[in-house]
Design a protein around this ligand. Structure first.
Ligand code: 2HG
Ligand code: ZN
Length: 442
C-alpha cells in the first residue's frame, strides 16, 4: 500500500482507536490504509500469513465496539476506497467504494433527485461499507427498511485474500445461497466489504417536519396510529423525552421549543410531490402543542432537538448505551418498567431515552453507574427480551453485547453462526471475538 499508508506512530494510530462513546479503545499494532480491492486483498493475505488479527474499519461511528481495535490488532481502514461509479439511471442503482461516506453519497445523488433511503445523524462520518457491514437503520427504517433492503450487490474480500464479487445488481438471483448478503450485518467478522451496489429511491421534492408535544408515550402511539391511517407522506417518526430535551438545550445552547414543558416529544418528517404539511393537521386536538417547518434550515433546527441527544449524552459521561427494540404497542409498558428497574438498581442514575417510535427502537442511555457495573445493562436487555424485543435493534452486537447474545439466540442458532464463522474465516483472524460469545466451558 506504500509506506505512508501504514501508520505505526502510536499518536496517529490512536485516532483510529477510540470510539465515540468513550467506552472502547485499544492500542493497535498498526493502521493500514489500502486504496483499492487489490490492496485490501494483499493486506489480508499478509495478515493471514503473519497470523495477526484484523479489524476492518469504516467511519468508526459505531457504538458497540465492533470497529474499535483491541491491543495488538491491525486496523484495516477502508476510508480510501472512495470510488463512485457512474449512476445506472435505468436500474436506478449505483456502485460505490466502501469508504464513501453517507453524506458524500447524498450530495452526489442530489442533482439526480435520487437518494439511498437510509439516513442517520452520523452521516458525515459513517461509510457505506460500514453501514452495509452493520446493517445500519436510522429514522427512515420503519418506512423504507434497513441497509439490507437497499443493497443490491457486494464485493467482498475474504480473510485469506480471495475476492468474491456480485455487483450486477440483479434483484432476481436465486442461483444458490446468497453468500454476499450474509456479510450484511456481520460486523466485519466474515469478510471485508470493498464495494457496494445500492438500489436508490426518488427524492420527493416537498418536505415538512413537525415537532409535536405530548403528555405521555401512550398518546405518542395514538399519533402513530393516526399517522399510519392518514399521513401517507410520513417518512420518519422519532421520539424523545423532557429530560433529554433539557440536556440538549443546555449542551447545544438551544432555546426551549415550546412555552411550557411536556413529557414526550415526537419529530415527524414527511415527504411528497406536493406540500405535505396539510396532512399534519390530523394531529390537531391529539397533541398539546406543535411546530411545523417546511424549509430546510428550519427543519434542521427542529431535528437538532432529536439528533443532538447522542452527542449530548456522550458529553455528559460514558453512558451505558443500550439500543433495543420492543413491539411498538408495548412501548409504554417497556418505558414504565424500565424506569422502575433502573431506579431500584441505581437510584442516582440519569436515564435518557429516545429513539425511533415507528419501529419500537429505543435508545436507552444510563449515566452514573460505572461502566463495569453491568446490572442496569442486564436489566434493560432482560426486560426487552421478556417483552418479545431485541437486545440489539440497529447498533449491532460488537464487543458490547456479545456476552448477552444467548439471551437473544438459541444454542442451535449460535452453533450455526459459529459454523459460518469457521467456514468464512477458519483461522479466526477477522474481527475476532466480536458478535459471538465465548464457548461455555461447561
Ligand atoms: C440515534 O438514533 C443513533 O440517535 C444513536 O442511533 C443512538 O445515542 C444513541 O444511543
Ligand atoms: Zn438510532
Amino acid at each position: 500500500v506504500g509506506a505512508d499508508q501504514v501508520v505505526t506512530d502510536a499518536a496517529v494510530a490512536a485516532s483510529f482507536a477510540h470510539d465515540l462513546t468513550g467506552r472502547f479503545s485499544g492500542r493497535p499494532l498498526l493502521v493500514v490504509r489500502p486504496a483499492h480491492t487489490g490492496e485490501v486483498s494483499a493486506v489480508l493475505r499478509s495478515c493471514a500469513r503473519a497470523a495477526v488479527a484484523v479489524i476492518p474499519q469504516g467511519g468508526h461511528s459505531g457504538m458497540a465496539g465492533g470497529g474499535t481495535p483491541r491491543d495488538g490488532e491491525v486496523v484495516l481502514s477502508l476510508r480510501r476506497l472512495q470510488g463512485i461509479e457512474p449512476l445506472d439511471q435505468t436500474a436506478q442503482q449505483i456502485t460505490v467504494g466502501a469508504g464513501v461516506t453517507l453524506e458524500a453519497l447524498q450530495e452526489h445523488l442530489r442533482p439526480f433527485a435520487l437518494a439511498l433511503p437510509v439516513d442517520h445523524g452520523a452521516r458525515s462520518a459513517a461509510t457505506i461499507g460500514g453501514m452495509a457491514a452493520t446493517n445500519a437503520g436510522g429514522a427512515l427504517a420503519f418506512r423504507h427498511g434497513m441497509m439490507r433492503a437497499h443493497v443490491r450487490g457486494l464485493e467482498v474480500v475474504l480473510a485469506d485474500g480471495r475476492v468474491i464479487s456480485r455487483l450486477s445488481g440483479l434483484l432476481k438471483d436465486n442461483s444458490g445461497y446468497d453468500l454476499t448478503s450474509l456479510l450484511i450485518g456481520s460486523e466485519g467478522t466474515l469478510g471485508v466489504i470493498t464495494r457496494v451496489r445500492l438500489g436508490l429511491e426518488r427524492l420527493l421534492p416537498r418536505r415538512a417536519t413537525a415537532l409535536l408535544a405530548l403528555p405521555d408515550i401512550g398518546q405518542a402511539l395514538e399519533v402513530l396510529r393516526l399517522a399510519h391511517e392518514s399521513v401517507p407522506s410520513l417518512q420518519a417518526i422519532d421520539f424523545f423525552e423532557l429530560r433529554g430535551l433539557r440536556r440538549v438545550c443546555a449542551h447545544l445552547n438551544l432555546p426551549a421549543p415550546f412555552r411550557r414543558d411536556h413529557e414526550v416529544y415526537l419529530i415527524v418528517d414527511c415527504a411528497a410531490r406536493s406540500d405535505p404539511s396539510e396532512e399534519l393537521e390530523v394531529f390537531v386536538g391529539v397533541v398539546e402543542d406543535a411546530l411545523v417547518a417546511t424549509d430546510l434550515a428550519s427543519r434542521r433546527r427542529l431535528w437538532l432537538y432529536r439528533d443532538g441527544q447522542n452527542e449530548t449524552v456522550n458529553a455528559l459521561g460514558v453512558p451505558h448505551k443500550l439500543d433495543v427494540a420492543v413491539p411498538v404497542s408495548l412501548l409504554p409498558r417497556f418505558l414504565g418498567e424500565l424506569r422502575v428497574r433502573v431506579a431500584e438498581i441505581a437510584p442516582a442514575a440519569e436515564l435518557i431515552v429516545y429513539g425511533h417510535l415507528g419501529d419500537g427502537n429505543v435508545h436507552v442511555n444510563i449515566l452514573g453507574p460505572p461502566v463495569e457495573d453491568v446490572r442496569v445493562d442486564v436489566a434493560v436487555l432482560e426486560l426487552a427480551t421478556a417483552l418479545g424485543g431485541s437486545i440489539s435493534a440497529e447498533h449491532g452486537i460488537g464487543l458490547a453485547k456479545r456476552g448477552w447474545l444467548p439471551l437473544a439466540r438459541t444454542e442451535t442458532e449460535l452453533a450455526l453462526m459459529r459454523a459460518l464463522k469457521d467456514a468464512f474465516d477458519p483461522a479466526g483472524l477477522l474481527n475476532p471475538d466480536r458478535i459471538l460469545p465465548d464457548l461455555d466451558p461447561g
